[in-house]
Design a protein around this ligand. Structure first.
Ligand SMILES: NC(=O)c1ccc[n+]([C@@H]2O[C@H](COP(=O)([O-])OP(=O)(O)OC[C@H]3O[C@@H](n4cnc5c(N)ncnc54)[C@H](OP(=O)(O)O)[C@@H]3O)[C@@H](O)[C@H]2O)c1
Length: 288
């Protein structure tokens, strides 16, 4: 009788489990209730999942910033479907961080018009990783990478910092680095991530007196467009990563909630590596 019952239960469970093949528990709650976030790179990959998770955790306002207007519109439409409450506001702003002067202007205008939402979280997630390693790097590729990844993070953080201070807002700045920031810097991309790491610690030190907490997440290889990985089509196996797989962007988004909410209030100037071991325990994997 017991066996029969077990068989019946497992036959019910199996198809259900197939539909939810998540190796990652998802952080759900009201951890960001009433918070208002501006997320660069929010139209895609990790930034998009951060936007989604912020909404799931009760954020009252989300602005995603990306370069491609069509992607911004599509992401906005998807996020609208993920609203937890009807009152949540979601919008996009189209900026190209390769043009920093114009980006600063657009952000200044946005902040002037946004007094009502009082943005108190900035996530610097936009990033590109193009070009060849040192020895073959073109000046053009080097400059593009440094512009988007470093200059963008530097100057947007400066704008939001000044805005938060002048409006007496306590807030968070979260930078998305990479496991690369633990590896020898052989590319412009890795250089930019090392620099972002230094900037994270520097801003954390300078801004904490104004109640602005700065931290960073350093993901390892993550299943997004940047690596051309679609989990549904390709799966997430990655043999040369100690954990045997890619990270899912949702896992990185969980950490973003922790680092921008009261859950992580005592974490200041830290870089949280979420890499499956890539770059952290493999950094010296060379056989001499
Ligand atoms: N995937 C990984 O394995 C991995 C690992 C470690 C760290 N990261 C970091 O995670 C962050 C997000 O990457 P992802 O994996 O989510 O890749 P992704 O899906 O390609 O997203 C990159 C985002 O950056 C935006 N962006 C690129 N150039 C821009 C520009 N000039 N101006 C404004 N926005 C720009 C893109 O917007 P448009 O599409 O509109 O240009 C897009 O929203 C990056 O900083 C990356 O370095 C990724």
């Amino acid at each position: 009788m017991q066996n029969k019952a077990r068989k019946l239960i497992s036959s019910i469970k199996k198809p259900f489990l197939k539909k939810v093949p998540t190796p990652y528990p998802l952080l759900q709650g009201e951890y960001l209730k009433g918070r208002s976030a501006f997320i660069t790179g929010g139209n895609s990959g990790i930034g998009f999942e951060i936007a989604k998770k912020f909404l799931e955790n009760g954020a009252s306002s989300i602005v995603i910033a990306g370069r491609n207007i069509e992607k911004n519109k599509k992401a906005l439409a998807k996020l609208e479907k993920n609203k937890k409450y009807g009152s949540q506001s979601i919008s996009y702003i189209t900026i190209d961080l390769e043009n920093i002067d114009e980006s600063i202007k657009l952000v200044k205008n946005f902040l002037k018009s946004n007094a009502h939402h009082k943005t108190n979280i900035l996530v610097n997630c936009a990033g590109i990783g193009i070009g060849e390693p040192i020895g073959k790097t073109s000046v053009e590729d080097y400059e593009r990478v440094l512009k988007v990844n470093l200059e963008g993070t530097y100057f947007l953080s400066q704008e939001f910092y000044n805005y938060m201070v002048s409006h007496k807002i306590s807030g968070n700045i979260l930078n998305v680095l990479s496991s690369s920031s633990a590896r020898p810097a052989t590319t412009a991309y890795i250089c930019s991530k090392w620099a972002e790491r230094g900037l994270t610690i520097g801003m954390a030190k300078k801004f904490i007196k104004d109640n602005i907490v700065v931290n960073a997440i350093a993901p390892g290889p993550t299943a997004t467009d940047m690596l051309g990985i679609s989990p549904e089509k390709d799966g997430i196996t990655l043999k040369n990563n100690p954990s045997g797989r890619y990270a899912m962007p949702q896992e990185i988004a969980n950490l973003a909630v922790i680092l921008t909410s009261d859950l992580g209030k005592l974490i200041v100037g830290d870089v949280v590596y979420a890499t499956g071991g890539a770059g952290t325990i493999t950094v010296d994997d060379i056989t001499y």
